[in-house]
Design a protein around this ligand. Structure first.
Ligand code: NAX
Length: 329
């Protein structure tokens, strides 16, 4: 049986970068057939249809079927994996509450459509921003679907953090391990190097030989660089992160389905772990095991890290409360 994958925002940039990697087997492996459902809004249909034609021209052995639609019931019909990429970007002069409301108007109905139409084993990954709160809204709206089936992407942030450490230590990125992201996928996120290793050696120890005072470097250079990397890419490239975001999405979903050898990061629903209010979709260090995620528990958090995690969690609480105040949650 083929896996049915629904991609929203399929006519957009990240969608375009994702589709061909999925069809080539990068998501589920070289033996798993896939059926793609490309869900767009009417303005995005032509672009998605064009991508579908190119998918035909790719003559991918693993690709059984492609359907393009602007009807969520059709788009999520029988869906096993949903990648919610399409979202409303912040327009000029748009207030945060307006942005949250516009996205609640997308992710609420999509959550309901998933509950009504998707397969029993559906797993949902939210990429569209604000990703954590959008995932919370979709999960809350998807009556009957366990909240654990909804995650938000923070893998790109983790990849950025590992890459920056590799650069600072002049080490291959493959040698850098365990750099979880805590909190919101936003400028308040906390990339945590406290237990990170480079070739098995503590990163903090290796950094102290290169950057002087490690905490100052983390505060002034590393954390802002990682947290604002999206803006840096926009400045230089003239357009937001696309291929790196698609790559992180592939890694996130692949790990969720196939399992991880070691801890990674994902926005998942809190059950109160590490004092994060229950119900928030917050990024934690997670393991993916047997198709499920599990928050890595029992890590000691020092006061400096705690303050950063708390600030990001406070932003998540604000986002949730703003959506609640609008009566959309
Ligand atoms: P694009 O504007 O290129 O594409 C978005 C597409 O979504 C458009 O084709 C649009 O028609 C479609 N769309 C809008 N509303 C929809 C709806 N209700 N149903 C279906 N489709 C809908 O943006 P792109 O560069 O692809 O980025 C997509 C989203 O990813 C943005 O929200 C962006 O902020 C977010 N990102 C999230 C990242 C993460 O790590 N979580 C990193 C990359 C990216 O910034």
């Amino acid at each position: 049986m083929a896996t049915t994958i629904t991609l929203t925002g399929a006519g957009g940039q990240i969608g375009y970068a994702l589709l061909f990697r999925i069809a080539a087997g990068d998501l589920l492996g070289p033996d798993e057939k896939v059926r793609l459902r490309l869900l767009e809004i009417p303005q995005g249909l032509k672009s998605a249809e064009g991508a579908a034609l190119e998918l035909q021209d790719g003559a991918f052995d693993l690709l059984e079927d492609v359907e393009v639609t602007d009807d969520a019931a059709v788009g999520f019909d029988g869906c096993n994996l949903a990648l919610l990429v399409g979202a409303r970007p912040r327009g000029p002069g748009m207030e945060r509450a307006e942005l949250l409301a516009a996205n609640a108007g997308i992710f609420g109905p999509q959550g309901r459509a998933i509950a009504e139409n998707a397969a029993d084993d559906v797993r949902v990954t939210v990429v569209g921003n604000p990703a954590n709160t959008n995932a919370l809204i979709a999960a809350t709206s998807a009556e009957g679907v366990p909240a654990e089936r909804f995650t938000a992407l923070t893998r790109l942030d983790e990849n950025r953090a590992r890459a920056q450490l590799a650069l600072a230590l002049d080490a291959p990125v493959s040698s850098i391990r365990f750099v979880p992201i805590w909190g919101n996928h936003s400028a308040t996120q906390f990339p945590d190097v406290s237990r990170a290793t480079v070739d098995g050696r503590p990163v903090v120890e290796a950094l102290s030989e290169r950057v002087g005072d490690v905490r100052t470097w983390l505060e002034d250079a590393f954390i802002p660089r990682v947290a604002k990397r999206g803006a840096e890419i926009i400045d230089i490239r003239g357009s937001s992160s696309v291929a790196s975001a698609a790559n992180a999405t592939i890694e996130h979903v692949r790990d969720w389905v196939h399992g991880t050898q070691e801890c990674t990061s994902a926005g998942v629903v809190s059950r109160g772990e590490y004092g994060v209010p229950e119900g928030l979709v917050c990024s934690f260090p997670v393991d993916f095991i047997d198709g499920n995620w599990r928050i890595v528990e029992g890590l000691e958090i020092d006061a400096w890290s705690r303050a950063r995690i708390d600030a990001s969690v406070a932003e998540l609480v604000e986002e949730r409360d703003a959506v609640r105040a609008l009566g959309m949650l």
